[in-house]
Design a protein. Sequence first.
Lengths: 305, 330, 335
Amino acid sequence: MTEAIKDNINEKEDILKKVHQFKKKSQAKAVWTRYKRNKLGMFGLIVFCLMAVVVLSADIYLDYEEQAIAQNISERFQFPSGEHILGTDQYGRDVLARIIYGGRISMFVGMATICVSLSMGAIIGASAAYYGGKIDNILMRIMDIFLAIPNMLMAITLVAAFGSSLLNLILAMGISNIPRMSRIVRSAVLNVKGQEYVEAAMACGTSDARIIFRHILPNAMGPILVQATQTVARTVITVSSLSFIGLGISEPTPEWGAMLSEAKSQLRYYPYLAITPGIAIVMMVMSLTLVGDGLRDALDPRLKN
Amino acid sequence: MSEKLLEIKNLHVMYRTDDDDIYALNGVNISVEKGKTLGLVGETGAGKTTTALSIMRLLPDRVGAVKQGEIIFEGKNLLNVDNEEMRSIRGNDISMIFQDPMTSLNPIHTVGQQIGEVIKLHNIHLDNKDIELKIDEMMEMVGIPADRKTEYPHQFSGGMKQRIVIAMALACNPKLLLADEPTTALDVTIQAQVLQMMGDLKEKFNTSMILITHDLGVVAQICDSVAIMYAGEVIEIGTIEDIFEADVHHPYTIGLFGSIPDMTKKTYRLNPIDGLMPDPAIVPPGCRFADRCPKCMEVCEKISPENFIKNTHQIKCHLFTEKAKNATGN
Amino acid sequence: MTVPMIQTKNLKKYFATKKGELHAVDGVNLTINSGETLGVVGESGCGKSTLGRVILKLLEPTEGEVLYEGNDISKYSRKQMKNMRKEMQIIFQDPFASLNPRMTVSEIIAEPIKVCKTITNDNEILEKVFDLMNTVGLAERFVNTYPHELDGGRRQRIGVARALALDPKFIVCDEPVSALDVSIQAQILNLMMDLQDNMGLTYMFITHDLSVVKHISDNIAVMYLGQCVELAKTDELFENPAHPYTEALLEAIPIPSLKYRKKLNIIRGEVTSPINPKPGCRFAPRCPKVMPECSQASPELTEISPGHFVSCYIYMNGHYQTKGEKHENISANKS
């Protein structure tokens, strides 16, 4: 008896060994190898990562209250120097510190927006494409109506209606991006849905949810990811624009658009106050766009050579 | 023996990709006589299309390159003529038909315009009225009513599109027609129509043709001679009778025939060739078919075989050269 | 008489298109007996793939019945169908499109087992996967590779292994070898025939290639524009083709032998549109033997000799002695 059990155990171990012996080549690795070849994409990724590291670790080397918020009128309008690398603004706050903390807001809003719009967009787009027919028609027509309202206008209306808090801003941005996201998801899913492996899954009686999440979405991820990075980039701009016209993040919280807005009155005498947050916005948006382009090429195996 | 229109000597072609160097052709020797049809047979990756593209000098830029060899067309080495001259040879003297007719038709022009375009390019002296007449003539010739010339490609069926492509290819009376799997995408009844039409037109214009296909049935129908390719080499070449009726064959040819279900008798199981096409990135010292060959000998893995020649029939295999050696030795 | 594995009764599948109703499958009556192979031949657009999918209920039939071992599955609910799916599977034409590119070979083969929960223990599933890979002749070292790293022949073996994972009785093979090179095609055909001998599988083999279908089938159904125009035992069909379309089809195959090199009798014209078809025989516009009655009503499938059914007026109205009556369900198992 014990012999038999032992044999059984050995057999099982053998099978596990067999499987592990032939290592999986990760697909993420293959995408990464292809991504690495794209110089512009790599440049964008490095810039973005540097900015992310600087911004996220800000609390280690900066004091938010002291350097970004507290006013120090005696030190106002100082030109860049050793003490204040990018100078100080009209309330004597360190511009560099404010830009770094402003980056936090931009990144946070960007990421939160994509979470809202992607999750909603994925559900709406995937069900529209998978079920088709009436459901598709109704959902897409609703999205069309939303799409007819410009992004910015929609965000302004929502913020104006519910007040300008961070949460409202995120909701406004997220909701206004849902229609575009759901269209992208829909077309990506439609593409994959016609493939024979989906039919093969149906032939085994696979449930709809399993077909969508295991067979369709992983294969539709490429265009969706690309769109997501670009949405983040666009959101950064929109948030800055909203803040610029006074509807986004309000004083004293540092935000790039708000900083630009403040600096515009001093443009003639202290141009660096406007230039530096401008550069920050450009760097963030450009790096994300480059990452998006790089991802698009890396995820599409047809563009391999 | 009639005159040779095209002769390819020891052609080597290589593709350079990011990962590997692909040896697509490794010393191909074929020739086409005037007014005759050569069938180029082989499986995916054998180098059939590469051969045709080399003749047209249309190998993909930067990636593909002719490493060695000559392509002699009417006494001229096509690899040495300048681009201007090559352009006039393409179309005037040599035309090509592709497997998918849609790739050679422009969806936004009517078929009449497209045929006319080709005629205009090669007959500058013709005025518009003559060109219109010529278009009608070409369309009728391939069996499509001339009044359909104002329609767009998508309004035609696959078989008709392929006829139009053939009309375009023949519009300037080429001396050599390269047909790359012209009927593979078509249904059998349509394939039969197109093949018959091609055969008739070939006779009418006395055009030579290289027919690239994987279908031995098609070859048996319309070819005069056959070259069988494997992994970038011609492993057997001869007249149609040599390939279909002679007693001796390359083991690969035997495997190829064994893989097709025979319509004329009942077979229990097919006799396919085991294994797969070799990796084109590696050139072994010996015969490229050695590891799949049921009659592989020691010498096969070491030395690349010479051609065994018997009249018009050539087989690139040690089986026969060794035998011949032994025979002369005795 | 035993209950046939698959039987279709007046099966119809229409698709609504902008131009009108597309009659993809139009009143097909077929019978497939257990352990046999029915070959379904026809040119592109004749509805052969749709027929296979309607039988598997991947598409809902517009009208008619599909009997699986005597039970009408066309009215089954999704839940009832889920149990049936274990017994009927499909192998696809394109070994590139039919395998999920984000899943490894073992995941692909194990997927049906996990979905139907025929085995729940992970180790036993793996054991089964290795078993299946051995059965279809896939080396074990491919267990964790992705399909795009393999060639067409090996991919098609994965497709076969996946279809076998649930131990089905009936498999629809939709052009399983058309995308493969001849030498690989022969390997897969041999594999499928071996599997049939060893496991007693029943195949419905859909293809446009008559030489392949002759090799593998016991019975052959010839389809033209959604209708079955001739049904017979394989040898009978090739020796005595009755329907003018079958004759034309046989005539058109290029045979790799010089003995058959001749001026062919080729049928003219092309397949007409299956959208809103006119009454009458669908083949009439191309038929060399067309008669006045051909354009009035569709001919019925008629038995002209035991087990040989043709739908053509030549064999109906006194031109030919009718040996059978009208048949709703046709059994080819008369021997």
